[in-house]
Design a protein around this ligand. Structure first.
Ligand SMILES: Nc1nc2c(ncn2[C@@H]2O[C@H](COP(=O)(O)OP(=O)(O)OP(=O)(O)O)[C@@H](O)[C@H]2O)c(=O)[nH]1
Ligand SMILES: [Mg+2]
Length: 424
């Protein structure tokens, strides 16, 4: 029977059971030289001692992520980083990690010691400008004196003191101003799919792989979105689904099922009823569904011996019937008609695709943000690689991808166009 599509979500739940899921929170990094007061500022914003603060330069060596509520902004992830001027044997490595951590953050607080603005600050500002990451310069340690900070080439700056706790409200207000709308307000999963007061049927397998006593994040999010839209939600297992349909006096307006039971759900659903999968809804929210749908076509052109990268947003302990490690490789063998070379890439680190890779299949990305997912898609595009995701691949493998994409005409058209364009 089906294991859940994201084993990490199944095992760990939503952000250790508290608050908004990490993948829905804006990610904000504190960046600057050693001793500028990044960790002290993180603590001041959090209102608790999260990061170690000390007068020894180089105290923070690895990025430290902290989920917190920044009123009135809401739930965020703040990322403390190693100094951008770190030196010694490990210095360059740490700086590299800091720069890597910046990939996929939604905004940056560039922390300076009372406005010190020299080569390290200029260089990191240039990186942020080049990557179009919004940021504000913080002149920390204002309690030490009122040195007039230099002009900083016209950049916006705020005077703050982590020690005295002054200026924090202004920092949060500035973040609210510079964070992109897409990072602050995620559109509902069901946007444009459910008429007012409509009925959605959700098909949720409850098997040995399902988490005990609860539902996984995409399912919970869909139920919540349905209720927000004042819709009606019917939740059933695949076994109960055909009987549940019979008890209704009208067909549902929409059916959403787990990717692993999509074939049987399609078989039990009247053809005119719009049907899709949780994974496709997440792909639309998290990345670019049209590009991922087009990428699925590449899997139909695989030949034996070719390489496919399977990429996950987190590292989880693989389960017995793990999707990435067992099911998808099996599916790829069936599609290619022979053995396929599968390379696993798990975790938040950036990954260089091996030469000769033919396609990338990414997980749903429930623990990474939309921006992080888009960065990964851009990396695949830069390497000229088609990327699709787990759910699309599973629907393809079950022969019902077109049906599951039908509620999204643009994505369906992109998939069909790519099928036509690729050599057979
Ligand atoms: N006076 C004053 N001292 C501060 C302030 N913020 C931080 N400090 C001090 O500056 C030193 C460095 O602070 P940290 O927060 O550890 O600096 P950091 O940027 O995280 O440094 P690394 O982790 O080494 O990169 C500590 O001794 C802090 O007590 C401030 O607002 N005012
Ligand atoms: Mg630090």
């Amino acid at each position: 029977m089906a294991a859940p599509e994201c084993p990490r979500d199944a095992r760990r739940g939503v952000e250790e059971g508290r608050g908004a899921p990490r993948g829905l929170r804006p990610h904000i990094a504190l960046v600057g030289r050693r001793n500028a007061g990044k960790s002290a500022l993180l603590n001041a914003l959090a209102g608790q001692a999260v990061s170690i603060v000390s007068e020894t330069p180089g105290t923070t060596t690895d990025p430290v992520a902290k989920t917190m509520e920044l009123a009135p902004l809401g739930p965020v992830v703040l990322l403390d980083t190693a100094g951008i001027d770190d030196e010694g044997d490990l210095g360059p490595l740490r700086v590299e990690r800091t720069l890597t951590a910046l990939r996929g953050v939604d905004a940056v607080l560039l922390v300076t010691d009372r406005g010190l603005w020299e080569a390290p600050e200029r260089e990191v500002a240039a990186v942020l400008d080049a990557r179009s990451i919004p940021y504000v310069v913080l002149c920390n340690k204002a309690d030490l004196g009122d040195e007039e900070p230099p002009a900083m080439e016209g950049r916006r700056r705020l005077s703050v003191s982590a020690r005295a706790g002054t200026g924090m409200a202004a920092v949060v207000a500035e973040l609210a101003r510079i964070l992109p709308d897409a990072a602050l307000r995620q559109p509902p999963l069901l946007e444009g799919l459910l008429p007012a007061g409509g009925l959605v049927a959700l098909v949720v397998p409850l098997d040995s792989g399902a988490p005990k006593g609860r539902l996984i994040q995409p399912q919970v999010q869909t139920i919540r979105d349905c209720l927000d839209a004042r819709g009606i939600c019917l939740v059933t297992t695949p076994e109960e689904y055909p009987g549940a349909l019979q008890r209704l006096n009208a067909a549902p307006d929409l059916v959403v099922c787990d990717s692993q039971v999509v074939r049987e759900t399609v078989a039990a659903t009247p053809p005119r009823v719009p049907l899709t999968t949780f994974s496709i809804l997440m792909a639309r929210l998290k990345g670019d569904l049209t590009t991922l749908a087009a990428g699925a076509a590449a899997l139909e052109r695989l030949a034996p011996g070719e390489t496919v990268v399977i990429q996950e947003g987190c590292s989880h302990h693989p389960q017995a019937d793990d999707i990435g490690r067992v099911k998808l490789p099996r599916l790829l063998r069936a599609l290619a008609g022979g053995d396929v070379h599968v390379v696993m890439a798990a975790g938040t680190e950036f990954f260089a695709y091996p030469a000769g890779t033919k396609a990338v299949i990414h997980c749903g990305g429930c623990v990474i943000t939309r921006r992080q997912m888009l960065e990964r898609m851009a990396a695949a595009r830069a390497a000229d690689l088609p990327m699709t995701n787990y759910g699309l691949a599973l629907s393809l493998g079950q022969g019902v991808l077109e049906r599951a994409l039908a509620p999204f005409p643009e994505a369906l058209a992109a998939y069909r166009a790519m099928r036509e364009a690729l050599p057979t």
